[in-house]
Design a protein around this ligand. Structure first.
Ligand code: ADP
Ligand code: DP6
Length: 321
């Protein structure tokens, strides 16, 4: 049986950056994201008793055993869970740069979980699908849904899953993804979030998590772009401050990242309201309203010539194609 699913990436406005359980990928904090229309992954999962090996083809290239390890381990885990064990072929296309801090693992594992489940004809709720996606990558937990999504941390495998806040928000919010560098990052998210926990600022950040989630949910309810932007920027800076102050300090920032941060601050001083958020990579996402979008794009183009800018807004949850 063969099934194809499409999942969109999501960008966390309140970040997930630490695990309570490495294997289950249950988080130390709740997080809240925006699913994006512009970036997605299409994955076909095929299983057949006549296949003689497991294969993972990403962007038309057969992946080495080493590069397939994470995906194979994940499928073997799901197969064990559901008591099935035939060989499989995974064919996936990322319409998002891979491993560059643009959340390819979020769309990847949401699409993979969904195509796997459908190919075996399993009847799962979206809540169960969200839990399964989490076992592949934490951020994938949220990509099951569209719009604004909350991943409540929970306390075990059963209780840690995402739920939509509003799948079709009526909010004037655009996200500009500034692709500074889409090369594969050196420190994976999985590793980065382990290192960050050694920062003296990590526990105080965690202690503020519930408050930050409650505040952004209120801002979403009030359609308050300013407060959503301020809280998103704060959460990103809290995460990157922990990276910079870890026992083995590190950063995903590159000189271009800082240039865009400064540009956003300058634009704001000049009355063009916008905010930034940054994940595990050098690329910056700018949050803005439609009114200022054009001016911000030209300002970014003046600051970094030839940089690729992708305009995104709210995207949908995972679907079968
Ligand atoms: P990103 O910032 O892009 O989310 P991560 O390091 O968090 O980067 O995750 C990248 C990992 O996700 C890759 O190493 C690979 O294991 C997995 N991945 C990316 N795209 C796919 C895909 N389409 N199908 C399966 N796994 C994928
Ligand atoms: C900075 O979900 O990629 O994007 O669970 O180890 O696969 P694993 O990590 P991943 O980490 C995402 C980190 C982030 C913030 C976020 O998406 O909440």
């Amino acid at each position: 049986m063969k099934k194809t699913a499409r999942a969109h990436t999501n960008i966390a406005l309140i970040k997930y950056w630490g695990k309570a359980d490495q294997a289950l990928k249950t988080p130390l904090m709740s997080s809240l994201s925006m699913t994006l229309d512009a970036f997605y992954t299409d994955t076909t999962f095929e299983h057949d008793s006549s296949l003689t090996e497991d294969t993972f083809i990403l962007n038309d290239q057969k992946q080495s055993v080493e590069d397939s390890k994470r995906v194979f381990n994940y499928i073997h885990l799901l197969q064990e869970k559901f008591g099935v064990n035939d060989h499989f072929t995974i064919r996936s296309t990322n319409h998002v740069p891979t491993s560059a801090g643009l959340a390819s693992s979020a769309s990847a594992f949401a699409a993979l979980a969904t195509s796997f489940v459908a190919s075996y004809g399993l009847d799962l709720s979206k809540k169960e699908l969200s839990r399964l996606a989490r076992l592949g990558s934490g951020s994938a937990t949220r990509s099951v849904y569209g719009g604004f999504v909350e991943w409540k941390k929970g306390f075990d495998d059963e209780s840690s899953y995402a739920a939509p806040i509003d799948e079709n928000p009526d909010l004037d919010l655009s996200l500009l993804a500034i692709e500074v560098n889409t090369k594969q990052k050196k420190i994976s998210s999985t590793k980065g979030m382990q290192l960050a926990q050694t920062s003296p600022f990590y526990q105080p950040w965690l202690a503020r998590n519930e408050e930050e989630i409650a505040e952004i949910k209120q801002a979403i309810q009030n359609n308050d772009f300013t407060r959503i932007g301020e809280l998103s920027e704060l959460s990103a800076n809290e995460m990157h401050a922990c990276n910079l102050t870890a026992k083995e300090p590190f950063t995903y920032f590159e000189p271009e990242t800082i240039k865009i941060i400064k540009l956003v601050e300058d634009l704001r001083k000049n009355g063009i309201e916008c905010y930034y958020t940054i994940d595990a990579g050098p690329n910056v996402k700018i949050l803005c309203t439609l009114r200022n979008r054009k001016d911000i794009i030209s300002a970014v183009q003046k600051t970094l010539t030839n940089v690729k800018i992708v305009v995104a807004s709210f995207g949908p949850g995972v679907t079968l194609l």
